[in-house]
Write a protein that binds this ligand. Structure first.
Ligand code: BGC
Length: 331
């Protein structure tokens, strides 16, 4: 082959090589463009903290409000919230869910305190593994939980005592329904209540029963109380479904019977206040508990020190305050 032909062949090969290189470069750029959104999505997923909230009972309306607050705050702070809980109140199941959350390596856990050595041990194990735990609704003060978010339950019990003493003009007989015998928040409310009632010698606490946070059970226990104490004048419910459960039994057995004092602001409780079947209720802020617990977690992830306890507010709601706030009347 002549010298000239060689030059032409080399030039053609060089051109082919350069165009292949250009094609390769362009397709690399195209692939990079295509996978960029997937890559950045992956990294935001990885950065998103996965928080597990464990309730006392999955579909209890009070716990659903805590969940809603936690969902809204999670959306604000870019966290991913998972809500779990036993179908019916079951402390053993709650402990299992706590264990599961830790072995699943959640980034943080919100859980109800249970005053149980097993739950304390698991919370401590979580914290030692670097998983922050915040107690909501009920504290577990002997554990290494980072903070407690919820009502000051002893104070709420005292407020209930003062409410009843005032309505009763410091005399009469009262029975109490607690949500659960083992739940520390219920015990604190009861202690606070007793501490006020015991100041009045003519006001006596005749019985304490448990509803196991079930409306039906509150009704059943109230029926027994009304039979056992035909002159009972006041009844107090210390958890969310007790007031309306008590009211069901009172309406059936003694419609002009004991005056009822409730806890929390379920829609039906407010309706019964409006219609005069329930005297008043102590309103907790479950939505704020969920919202504030996630806000504190966000502070923690940003390196801030959390307060030992973060108390959410309570307020008393009776017919006049209800009317003021909502314009609702009994008619
Ligand atoms: C209590 C919760 C409980 C709920 C049950 C609330 O008053 O604070 O601990 O789970 O009632 O209905």
């Amino acid at each position: 082959m002549s010298h000239r032909k060689w030059n032409i062949t080399i030039a053609i090969l060089l051109l082919i090589f350069i165009s292949l290189l250009a094609c390769f470069y362009l397709s690399t750029m195209r692939i990079r463009q295509l996978i960029q959104p997937i890559l950045s999505d992956d990294s935001s997923q990885a950065a998103m903290h996965h928080v597990i909230l464990i309730s006392q009972e999955l579909d209890n309306p009070y716990w659903r409000s805590i969940e809603q607050g936690a969902i809204d705050a999670s959306a604000k702070y870019g966290m991913q919230l998972e809500y779990e809980g036993p179908i019916r109140i079951d402390p053993q199941e709650q402990i299992k869910l706590l264990e599961k959350a830790i072995s699943a390596k959640a980034d943080a856990v919100l859980v109800q305190g249970m005053n149980d050595p097993q739950s304390v041990a698991i919370i401590n194990q979580a914290v030692s593994q670097g998983i922050p735990v915040i107690t909501v609704d009920t504290d577990e003060p002997t554990s290494k939980r980072l903070s407690y978010v919820g009502t000051n339950n002893a104070d709420a019990g005292k407020t209930m005592g003062e409410l009843v003493a005032k309505a009763a003009e410091n005399r009469g007989s009262v029975a109490v329904m607690i949500g659960n015998e083992l739940a520390p928040n219920q015990q604190l409310r009861l202690e606070g209540f007793r501490s006020v009632i015991s100041r009045f010698p003519e006001l006596s606490l005749v019985d304490v029963r448990s509803s196991d946070i079930s409306r039906l059970q509150a009704t059943g226990e109230t029926e027994k109380l009304l039979i056992q104490y035909p002159n009972l004048e006041y009844m107090v419910g210390l958890s969310a479904l007790d007031g309306i459960g008590i009211a069901d039994a009172v309406e059936r057995l003694r419609p002009n019977g004991p005056q009822i004092f409730a806890f929390d602001a379920l829609q039906e409780t407010l309706m019964q206040i409006a219609s005069g079947k329930i005297h008043s209720t102590i309103v907790q802020q479950p939505y704020d508990m969920g919202y504030d617990a996630i806000t504190l977690l966000n502070d923690f992830f940003q390196g801030k020190k959390l307060p030992e306890q973060h108390f959410t507010k309570i307020k008393v709601m009776d017919q006049p305050t209800l009317k003021n706030e909502t314009g609702e009347t009994g008619s």
